[in-house]
Design a protein around this ligand. Sequence first.
Ligand code: AKG
Ligand code: FE2
Length: 328
Amino acid sequence: MSTVPIIDFGPFLTGSIGDRKRTASEVDEALRTIGCFNLRNHGIPQSQVDECFSWSRQLFSLSQHEKETLSPKPQSFEQGYFGMESERVRGRPSVKENFDFGNLKGKPLGPWPDQLQGFRGFATDFHQNCSRLMNQLLECMSIALGPKESLGPYHTGSMFTSSLIHYPAVSARLIQSGEVVRSPAHSDFGTLTLLFQRDVGGLQVADMSSTDKLSSAAVERTGTFLDVEPNPETILINVGYLLMRWTNGRWKNSVHKVVGPPSSRTSTETVGDQELIPERYSIAFFGFPDAETNVESFESCYSDQNPKRWSPLNAGTYLRKKREDVYS
Ligand SMILES: O=C(O)CCC(=O)C(=O)O
Ligand SMILES: [Fe+2]
């Protein structure tokens, strides 16, 4: 049975040209097959990730009223608090709440929890570190695609989004029977996602080489899913839909979901006569291309034998439509 590979990014960050090429081919191999990988030695200090989880706990512990004052304003749709079940995938609600933010430097963006003193400054640094890692990964992937290709120019960071995610404790019976899903099977919309998780697992990724399908619904029916255990030292890196289009399907969009954690690893807690699966926290950093980008197969990804499978797609129009579908 396959497992999600672990790739050491140290040689790419500090090694020779040969080391960088070797890392790029490991990344290529992982993305051509499973569709994602765990990254270690990624350069984001573990203490900063720990602190981000600690801010996240404080934020979601605010009262419901306080959290709702942080709901996105129409002009800052991507930023702010999204309450329970505000997201739907093929009509199925995600039983989670999240708080999203973008690049905060110099921008009067959206509502902000001013009662959490120091959080805004922390979040600015965290977002910047994730942006730097995103750019390093895009550089590595461009090397894998060949000398003519470069993903960097389409990713100034204007659309990068950090998302703090909280799944509350949930009835073990409802989650084990599948009546409640923490996050239904989906792939992310953009280029790449960095995903940090702690303690309570439940994240599963499809082995994209186990199916010839691409849509989330079809992959869910036909693909094999693998558990991604939380590991404080690694970040899960997965391919979004737009990167799949850019590479003409060479790298497939990684379909993933969050279900009840493996019972061998997580103890339930009993409250009254209910058995509960404990709450889960995760942090996603979504690398979306700039809105004006036209996503069209790279030259190195098509040929007479392997023609272009998709026509060009405007990233901004596509991302707006997908957000409307998910939050309507
Ligand atoms: O919480 C997780 O581990 C998954 C989150 C996710 O897939 C998403 O927000 O797109
Ligand atoms: Fe996702």
